[in-house]
Every structure is written in structure tokens, then in C-alpha cells.
Design a protein around this ligand. Structure first.
Ligand code: ATP
Ligand code: MG
Length: 584
């Protein structure tokens, strides 16, 4: 054993002050622990410089090289000379300045941390004079005149080359790249007024031109939702402003990864606001499904403190309850407005001019007012496509019908849809989605009193699911689900709520998989059971059963399945006429 060599012997040891370079490395460990941290700090500096074009280049997972070039204010020789020293900053002078700081940086630590653990080179140009500074492992090697365009370019090579232990802890270059790219996209999301480029090992991976927030998010994450599924919603409150770029509820996810909160353009962890978004979407996607929303909050700097986390990932708001309340309110308004307003508008103006309520000014809308007789040359056909696309969105927000509206059930098509008509519209109803929501509401409202099973069922969860069962035992019991610990990591299901009597197998697999998170457990359970119990595709339904299903679906308060998808698609008589080019 060689442990005795590495552990200091307390008996022979003397108290020593760490040498300065060592002390600096320890501080560096807090700010820069992985390549993505260097990426974050360099991008922050570039943004703070007032640049409107920023390029990030990564080599070998960022471990070999990270370079950020900006066209911002640059530095004069004297600034360059000291910018890499600990606590050197141009952004604040005193603690009081923190009350009004608008820049992303303020500690004067980032460059010094990087300088200590890499080969750092900064080329910066201001007032048409450029200089190059080279620092290796915290030692300045040279500062010389150089060529350079206005702005700054910082290169970090061989991260932790002088700290082998830390270098060994880095992930594979692919793992590091994923994290660096995530940081890049988050910075780009919060700064749409800046153009961003990302090169990875010489290949251009992202080019995000200057744009609006509503354009930037889909450009940065094109696979999250089609561009037309995004909304931008704004609101103000006392000392803060909210800009939400969020997807319609039919875009649901299995996790909260894309409920992102930004405060004064920094991504932060603020669970209360993540929950606020979920809460606002709750009626539309109640069952273990999560919305997609980027929430940008601009707060008066005196009402927020970022100086509590080394990576500034946490913020302490003085007015969090007010922000939370306003956020829920404004998102809900948007969601309900979207669902119900269209119909109201159409009814009000007799359908003479139908516009997609919140996108009246968008280029999709003008087609709605075209004369009914349509000539279809090729350009027209394109626009016509737009009209149909626009309408499709409109129908994605079905609203509940009037109580006891008359309808006639016409039949089942494609083994999946039920078709019904009212005096003014044709409805195409997704039988599974409709049944799922109906069952979900029933489960949710039904009594949770447990009914004992004659023969307990055996659960064989894996280790993690087993731990979750342990933690959730009491909550499950409140839902009428009784479980007991058996031997060998097995559990016994001894009682079920009456509602789930016929769904023993589904409950069993739900518990074994450890599905859902603690607070969404109940909803996730009912949604899961509803999904499993709902009528499947290609199941024939007799007329009486189908009619009942349609009737119950039309009576739903929120006509969406528990995952947020709309339950039916409505085509009005007027639209049908228009589609075949007839005058109404
Ligand atoms: N890209 C850049 N363009 C212009 N000046 C820069 C740039 N990068 C750094 N600087 C200057 O160097 C100083 C030190 O940068 P550093 O990142 O270490 O600290 P900071 O940004 O002030 O605070 P923090 O440690 O919170 O990031 C900055 O305050 C700024 O004046
Ligand atoms: Mg900085």
C-alpha cells in the first residue's frame, strides 16, 4: 500500500501556507472544472463586450482547444496586461455596484482561473491597436503587438494540462462536446440580438443569425417543435418583465429538460418557476407530460442576487412569489385564449373573417380572407398550403362544445377515428385520445378507498424502482395503493383503489418501472392507467358505445388527452365549401 506516501503524516507535518500558484489552482477548481465551464465564461465575456457576432470553436471535446472570437469593444494594452489576474474586472468597483450590474461577469475570476490551468492566448484590438498575450499555467510569457480585427479572441488550449488528476476526470470528448454545445445554445437562446457560430473540429455545426426570441429558439433547437408551434408571450410586473417562448400543449415531453428559466439572460435553476410553468399547462397536459417553454425574466438588478453560486446558476429573487404568480397567469391566459377565442371571434363576425387569434398579423393569415373561388396556379397552391397549415393549427385548439349540443354520430374511419357532425361542423375524433381523457378524469375523481386483493401480487422492481417504492409508500397508500416489503427485494401489492380493480397488471408494471416523479405520481398513474385501459386503435366500436364516447368527449372541460394532444379535429361547413372552391 502506498497510501502512507500520499497522506501527510500529522505528527511530522508543519503548518504551511500554500504557494500562490497552488492557491490559484484551487480557486480555479471552483470556476473552471470542465471544458463547458470555460465555454460559459468565454461566451459571457464576449457577450459583455457588446459584440454582435460571436464564434465558438471546439477541438477535441474542448479539452484540446476552445476559442471564442468576438467583435466587441476589445482591450487596450494596459487592460490586457492585467485582465488575467485574480479579481481583475472592469465590471464592478464596489459591492454596491452589484445592485445595478447588468453584465454577465462581475467577479474578475474567470480569466484568472483559465490562465492557471491551461495555455491561454488572448488577442485583443481596440482603437486599431492589437496585442497578443500568452500565459501558460498561470505564468505570463509575452505581451506583444499583433495583427487583429476589432474585438477579442481568446484561446484556451490543453485544459488541465498541468493538473493530471483533474484531466483524468473529464468525460470522453463526445460527452464534453454535448455539455459545451448545451451551454452554447443556452447563451444563444438568451441573446437573439447576437449572431452565433459554433465550429466543432473544423465543421460549422450551428449558425444562428441575429433574430427575434421567437425565431431564435426554434433555430437553436429545431427538433423540439415545428416553427409554427411556438408562441411568444410577454408580461410585465413590478420591477420585472417576462418573455416566454413556449410551445403549444400538443408538444409534450417526458421530462422537464426543456422548461428552461433565464434570469437577466442567465440560465438558472429555479424550481419554483419550472413548477409554475407546469402548473399553468396542467389542465392541458396533466398526466406525466411536460411542456416546452423558455422563460426569460428581466429583473431589476436590485431585486435579484446572483452572487450565491460560483457558476451563477442560482439567483435569489426578492419578488419570487410575484414573478411566479404573473408567469402562471400569463401562460394560462395564452393557453385558454388560444383555445376559446377563435371560436368566439368566428361566431362574432359571422365567420366573415377568420384569423388565427394570436397570429392575426402573421403571414399565414391573409389567405383566410381570400375569395371563395380559388384559382390554383402554382403560387396559389403554395399559399393555399399555408392556409391549410394555418387552419390545421387553429383546429389544434379544440374547445368544448356547448352543453348538450346536438350531434349525429356517422361512423368509424381508419380504425382510429370517430366521425360526427353538428349542424355547422364535421368532427373527426381520435377514439383512443378521447377515451383516455375521459377515463383519466374518472380515475382522478373516483374514490381512492383501497380494496384488498384476495391474493397479493408480487412486484419485482429493480434497485432504483425499489428505492422509489420505499419513499413513496405513504403517498401510494393515500391513493389507495397498499404495498408491503417482501424478502429478496420483492414487494407485495396488497390493495388497489376500486377504480383500478380491473387494471392490476397495469398498476403492477407502473410500480415496477418506478414511473413518474414524486409530485406527479398521482397524475402519472391515472394517465398511465387511462392510456392502457382506453380503447385501442383498430378496435371496432358499436354505434351505442361510440355515440356515448363522442358525447362524453364533447362534454370534457379540456378536450385534450393527458399528454396534451387535441382530441378532435373540426372542419366547419364554411371551410369545406372553401376547400372545394364553392361559394358559401
Ligand atoms: N472578450 C472580451 N472583450 C473585452 N474585454 C474582455 C473580454 N474578456 C475579458 N475582458 C476583460 O477582462 C476582465 C476580466 O475578465 P473575467 O472573465 O476574468 O472577469 P469578469 O468577466 O469581470 O467577471 P467573472 O469572473 O464573473 O466572469 C473583464 O472584466 C473585461 O474587462
Ligand atoms: Mg467574465
Amino acid at each position: 500500500m502506498n497510501e502512507s506516501k500520499t497522506l501527510p503524516d500529522p505528527a511530522s507535518g508543519r503548518v504551511r501556507v500554500l504557494s500562490e500558484p497552488v492557491a490559484r489552482k484551487i480557486a480555479a477548481g471552483e470556476v473552471i472544472d470542465r471544458p463547458f465551464a470555460a465555454v460559459r465564461e468565454l461566451l459571457d465575456n464576449a457577450i459583455d463586450s457588446g459584440a454582435d457576432e460571436i464564434t465558438l470553436t471546439l477541438e477535441g471535446g474542448g479539452i484540446e482547444g476552445i476559442a471564442v472570437r468576438d467583435n466587441g469593444c476589445g482591450m487596450i494594452r494596459e487592460d490586457l496586461e492585467i485582465c488575467w489576474l485574480p479579481h481583475a474586472t472592469s465590471k464592478i468597483e464596489s459591492m454596491e455596484d452589484l445592485e445595478s450590474v447588468r453584465t454577465l461577469g462581475f467577479r474578475g475570476e474567470a480569466l484568472s482561473s483559465m490562465a492557471a490551468c491551461s495555455r491561454l492566448e488572448i488577442v485583443s484590438s481596440r482603437n486599431e491597436k492589437a496585442f497578443r498575450l500568452t500565459i501558460h499555467g498561470g505564468k505570463m510569457l509575452e505581451l506583444i503587438s499583433h495583427r487583429g480585427a476589432p474585438g477579442t479572441s481568446v484561446t484556451v488550449k490543453g485544459l488541465f494540462y498541468n493538473m493530471p488528476a483533474r484531466r483524468r476526470f473529464l468525460k470522453s470528448s463526445r460527452g464534453e462536446i454535448t455539455m459545451c454545445r448545451r451551454i452554447f445554445l443556452e447563451k444563444a437562446a438568451a441573446h437573439p440580438e447576437v449572431a452565433f457560430r459554433l465550429f466543432i473540429d473544423g465543421v460549422l455545426k450551428n449558425y444562428l443569425p441575429v433574430s427575434s426570441p421567437l425565431e431564435r429558439i426554434p433555430a437553436a433547437w429545431p427538433r423540439l417543435a415545428p416553427p409554427s408551434s411556438w408562441w411568444e408571450t410577454q408580461a410585465e410586473g413590478d420591477g420585472f418583465r417576462i418573455t416566454a417562448v413556449h410551445a403549444r400543449p400538443e408538444i409534450s415531453r417526458k421530462d422537464r429538460q426543456y422548461i428552461q428559466i433565464y434570469a437577466n439572460r442567465r440560465r438558472i435553476d429555479e424550481f419554483a418557476l419550472v413548477q409554475a410553468v407546469q402548473y399553468a399547462y396542467d389542465a392541458w397536459m396533466p398526466g406525466g407530460a411536460f411542456p416546452t417553454a423558455f422563460i426569460f425574466i428581466d429583473v431589476d438588478p436590485s431585486l435579484v442576487d446572483f452572487n450565491i453560486h460560483p457558476a451563477k446558476k442560482e439567483a435569489r429573487f426578492r419578488n419570487l412569489p410575484a414573478i411566479r404568480h404573473r408567469l402562471v397567469e400569463v401562460l394560462k391566459d395564452r393557453l385558454t385564449g388560444e383555445s376559446y377565442q377563435i371560436r368566439a371571434e368566428t361566431a362574432q363576425n359571422g365567420g366573415a373573417q377568420q384569423t388565427f387569434s394570436n397570429e392575426a398579423a402573421s403571414p399565414v393569415s391573409p389567405g383566410f380572407t381570400r375569395p371563395a373561388a380559388v384559382r390554383r396556379d402554382s403560387k396559389d397552391a403554395e399559399e393555399f398550403g399555408d392556409v391549410v397549415a394555418g387552419r390545421k393549427l387553429e383546429r389544434f385548439s379544440p374547445r368544448p362544445l356547448e352543453k348538450n349540443s346536438d350531434f349525429k354520430y356517422l361512423g368509424q374511419v381508419m380504425g382510429v377515428f370517430l366521425v360526427a357532425e353538428s349542424s355547422e361542423s364535421l368532427f373527426i375524433i381520435d377514439q383512443h385520445a378521447a377515451h383516455e381523457r375521459i377515463l383519466y378524469e374518472k380515475f382522478r375523481k373516483a374514490s381512492k378507498s383501497p380494496e384488498r386483493l384476495l391474493i397479493p401480487r408480487v412486484l419485482k422492481p429493480d434497485k432504483t424502482a425499489g428505492m422509489k417504492l420505499e419513499l413513496r409508500k405513504d403517498r401510494l397508500s393515500a391513493l389507495g395503493l397498499e404495498i408491503e416489503k417482501g424478502g429478496n427485494g420483492e414487494w407485495l401489492l396488497t390493495a388497489l383503489p376500486g377504480t383500478a380493480k380491473d387494471l392490476e397488471d397495469s398498476v403492477l408494471s407502473f410500480l415496477e418501472e418506478g414511473a413518474g416523479d414524486a409530485e406527479g405520481l398521482e397524475k402519472a398513474l391515472w394517465a398511465d392507467l387511462a392510456c392502457k385501459a382506453a380503447v385501442k386503435d383498430n378496435s371496432p366500436l358499436d354505434t351505442a358505445a361510440a355515440t356515448r364516447l363522442v358525447q362524453e368527449a364533447f362534454a370534457l372541460e379540456v378536450p385534450r388527452c393527458p399528454h396534451g394532444r387535441p382530441i378532435w379535429f373540426e372542419v366547419s361547413r364554411r371551410e369545406l365549401f372553401e376547400l372545394v372552391g364553392r361559394t358559401v
